[in-house]
Design a protein around this ligand. Sequence first.
Ligand code: FE2
Length: 178
Amino acid sequence: MLREEGVPPAVIRHSCVVNLVAMEFAKRCGADLGLVNAASLLHDIGRSRTHGIQHVAEGVRIARERGLPEDLVRCIGRHIAAGFTPEEAEGLGLPEGDYMPVTLEDKLVNLADNLVSDRSIKTLAQAAERMRSKGFELTAVRMLAMGEEIARLCGEGIDPILEKAGVREAAARCDRVP
Ligand SMILES: [Fe+2]
C-alpha cells in the first residue's frame, strides 16, 4: 500500500523502524498486535502527498478511501506530535478531525513514532528533549506522560525494553527495505 501510494523509500524505512519499536511495546502490554502492526507500518501513508503537518489528515483520507478499518484510520489520525486537541488542530489549520491518542494502540504508535527520528531510535528523554528544543514543550510533556503510562502497562521502562530486545540492532535491517 505504501508503494502503491508513492510513499518515498526513506519514509517506508522509517515506518519499518517505528513498527519494530511499537511491536516490542505491544507484545508486553496486551495490545491488539494486528492493529499495532498495521497502524505502525501505515501511519505515514499521507506522506505520499505532503511531509508537512497535513500528512496526518491526508493519511486519514487515503486510509478511508481504501476502506481500512476505522480503528486503524483513527490510529493514523492520532499519530502526530503527542496528539492535538480539537482547538490546537484548528489553530494549526488541520481539517476537523480526531487527533488525540485515546486507545492503547493509538498511544503505542504515537510513542514509537516520537522515539524514532528518521531511522534512529532515541531514548524517551532524548525524544522529549528534541521536542523541547523545537519549542514544543506541551508535546514533550504529553509524550513523557504517554511513555510512563506505557512503561507501567508493560511492567518495564521504555528504554530498557528497547535495549533488551535489541531493537536498535534489528532496525538496521530496515535499511535494506527496497
Ligand atoms: Fe507522521
